[in-house]
Design a protein around this ligand. Sequence first.
Ligand code: KG4
Ligand code: ZN
Length: 337
Amino acid sequence: MNGKPVLILGIESSCDDTAAAVLKDTNILANVVAGQQVHKNFGGVVPELASRAHQQNIIPVVDEALKRAGVKKEELDAVAFTQGPGLLGSLLVGGSFAKAFSLALNIPLIPVNHMQGHVLAHFIGKTDVPKFPFLCLTVSGGHTQIVLVKDHLEMEVIGQTNDDAAGEAFDKAAKILGLPYPGGPLVDKYAKEGDPHRFRFPEAKIPGYDFSFSGLKTAFMYFIKEHSSDSDFTQHNLNDICASLQHTIVETLMNKLKLAAGELNITEVAIAGGVSANSGLRNALLAEQEKSGWKVFIPPFEYCTDNAAMIAITGYYKFLKGETAAQETTSKARLYF
Ligand code: KG4
Ligand code: ZN
């Protein structure tokens, strides 16, 4: 490296957000996210509609990111994109765009693992960053993982869900309550006014650092059915139901995180992914910091849910190591690290 700052364009299109960001070394210059309204009436993301919306959004979103950053595309050092995991059609839009961009500008192409991106969001524009090795609980709509982070690009998944993800548990329960997709943020909102100990839901007993949330979803569905003779039950008890549900999910996550931290003797603990925006989880982590002397790392809200800044920062670390890819590289719905 010649001492000149590195300018990276990051592109994220793994699910239903089309995002682009520009990073100068680890500092953010622009972070643009376009959500997709087309899924609103379907209670979830419709993959085919998502890819079409990405096609419409990708050029304006990249243009806007470059404009906000005050960077000309010819000044970029590399383009990083989400290679996977995610919806294949959606990934292909971002991937094809990034490949064409890299070819046209003759700059390196850097494929990024979305889950690694969530973890490295902790390094965006920060000087107080987690020290290696640290643990990161990555909780999103599609994943629930405890990651042992040994270095920027050296990570090991030591625990994960056997079925539903934590975000999925929030969203499916919210759907049973008649709340619109994605219901996680709404459960969080109602939970703030409710009593977390009013109702009890089961916590799955899974060995090691793994999780299971499908039993909770079923138990929750039966709980609501049991009270269906009272047509106002849900409406009258919404805050307490949401608070109790959130309490159960957060307890489950925290118990496994505490087990892993204790057994591995690690005190630097981070959270990442969409569910790390949850106020109950954030508070539980802060409480553990007080109690156990953990040093906790909680991402700013804009870097919790899907964004391209996290893709750009991962691209930055890969760029420094020369980890670039050829045009033949392919998008992957399933991708591990
Ligand atoms: O990381 P993300 O934006 O997308 C995926 O990669 O899946 O995570 C989205 C998930 C959704 O399930 C959404 O309901 C959940 O994160 N989520 C929340 C909150 N904000 C987003 N869940 C609970 N409380 C929140 N405040
Ligand atoms: Zn995500």
